[in-house]
Design a protein around this ligand. Structure first.
Ligand code: TA6
Length: 263
């Protein structure tokens, strides 16, 4: 069930923004034509919320990849024409997966910019470390013609090369094959150049940027993703993962904000 706003929509499921149109009126987010809207299944596209770990279960216990937040129903705190606030609070279900008390408040503001703010609070008695990311799928005309600026000189781990560490040169990130890179220690604004359209991703409270395009083989074997959809999307994700993970003291909060604009 989607919450319709003037400039897009957000689902209670995973608090996933699935559509936002910028000043040009064009959809800026990619949503797979095969996306599934079912309990315990993340929506393939829009802005899934990764929490409390990024990637496969770090303890190898079979817990869901990218954590549980994107697979669960959130509570709507308020919603109006251009903004929605949702929350996720720990439960027996979450504590069985991750033994901590927490509250996440998520504010999505859909106007000329898409502003997303996620605030994580430690409601327990002990500090906890967590990873999080806004796993944003951007819609592009052809990923092979896209360039991502802003990560020049940053160190990254390359998942396609065994998570080996590299440094981005002075050139923009371009896409000629499967690309899956976690840039660390970067608070930079990124610009996605897609022909004559530029998507700008500003962030605060985030030191990691993940850049991903699955390319054709992954697309062909993934049921909730069209065989050729890889050509029309790129993920530029803002978060805190790996060495950038956050440790939150009891009662403390961590706020991350991402502001997306289209030029
Ligand atoms: O953010 C990139 C990534 O970690 C890729 O390695 C790929 O696994 C992608 O996320 C999608 O993961 P998902 O669990 O949604 O299929």
């Amino acid at each position: 069930m989607a919450i319709e706003l003037d400039r897009g929509e957000i689902h209670r499921h995973g608090a996933t923004v699935t559509d936002w149109r910028g000043p040009d009126g064009e959809p800026a987010l990619f949503l797979s034509e095969r996306a599934r809207f079912e309990p315990d299944v993340p929506i393939r596209g829009g802005v899934p919320i990764v929490f409390p770990w990024f990637g496969p279960d770090p303890e190898h216990r079979g817990r869901p990849a990218h954590g549980f937040a994107r697979r669960m129903p959130w509570r709507v705190c308020r919603a109006d024409a251009d903004e929605a606030v949702l929350e996720l609070v720990d439960s027996e279900e979450t504590r069985a997966l991750w033994p901590h008390r927490f509250r996440i408040e998520y504010r999505a503001s859909l106007s000329d910019e898409l502003e997303l703010e996620i605030c994580v609070e430690n409601r327990g008695e002990a500090p906890f470390p967590f990873e999080s990311a806004l796993h944003t799928y951007f819609r592009v005309s052809d990923v092979r013609r896209c360039l991502v600026y802003g990560l020049e000189g940053a160190r990254y781990l390359d998942k396609t090369r065994g998570q080996a560490s590299f440094t981005q040169g002075e050139a923009a990130v371009r896409f000629i094959e499967e690309t899956d890179r976690t840039y660390l220690g970067t608070e930079s604004t990124c610009r996605i150049e897609d022909g004559n359209r530029v998507i700008v991703v500003r962030k605060s409270g985030s030191r990691s940027t993940i850049v991903w395009n699955p390319w054709r083989d992954w697309a062909a074997r993934t049921v909730d993703f069209g065989d050729d959809e890889w050509e029309r999307m790129v993920c530029v994700e803002s978060g805190n993962v790996g060495v950038d993970a956050v440790t939150l003291s009891p009662g403390a909060q961590h706020r991350m904000t991402v502001r997306i604009g289209v030029q």
